[in-house]
Design a protein around this ligand. Sequence first.
Ligand SMILES: C[S@@+](CC[C@H](N)C(=O)[O-])C[C@H]1O[C@@H](n2cnc3c(N)ncnc32)[C@H](O)[C@@H]1O
Length: 256
Amino acid sequence: MVAWEPDLYRRFEAERSQPAKDLLARIELKTPSQIVDLGCGPATSTDVLADRYPDAEILGVDNSEAMLESARQRLPEARFEAHDIADWRPGATPDLIFANAALQWVPDHATLLPRLLGLLAPGGALAVQMPDNHDEPTHTLMREVAAEEPWAAAFGDPAALRSPLASASDYYDLLASRASRVDIWRTTYLHPMPSAQAIVDWMRGSHLKLFLERLEPAQRPAFVDRYAQAIEKAYPHRTDGRLLLAFPRLFFVAMR
Ligand SMILES: C[S@@+](CC[C@H](N)C(=O)[O-])C[C@H]1O[C@@H](n2cnc3c(N)ncnc32)[C@H](O)[C@@H]1O
């Protein structure tokens, strides 16, 4: 397991917390009293929730001790607990379950999402955002490099490391029969990035972990260098010298 690195993760905090703010903007709950932030990380998303709902009791849940420690330092007024989202159950019934950029790490959404919806208080909301970038160069190039020698043997089929998200229509179908209302949308963010290395560093803080943990520690630097070369070619410099990172994301808010 390659550990989550809160400091590396927070390097792109502005870009990573914008989707949390956009998700929150679509939640109509006025005064939820119990809020849970699933996969809270270093409390970037929890902070956004605490700003909007200062009177709520907020619980952050994560299975990385490093992330939880960073979260507790950042937001001492919230409570943070170690659990795996797949089998987490709340103590108090939540009015809002929020999961920003977390559920893509948890398998079997066909079981997970109805279960989470069923944990809510009547009238409560399940609000989710997930990266939907399986077919972006950031991700296709990771799989292509993983299929090259000398790394191919460590990966088998690199495509099996993470399945693409289901379509928005499939998520709608899964939620609509169990929710009183579902809002669902997909957006592509376009992030101006200073360099190819910055794109690589962003990925090192999240999806690239999946690949690096298949390799011996001594193999990892060469894999990252080869990936960085591929990224450099795939993202041309714009007129201001920056690279434009396209980052599609899927969102939904399902009301119980
Ligand atoms: C990309 S970060 C998102 C952090 C935060 N929500 C944000 O908006 O910046 C994903 C987080 O999900 C956590 N995570 C991944 N799989 C998990 C699981 N099965 N159970 C609990 N937390 C998990 C990771 O430890 C990580 O902190």
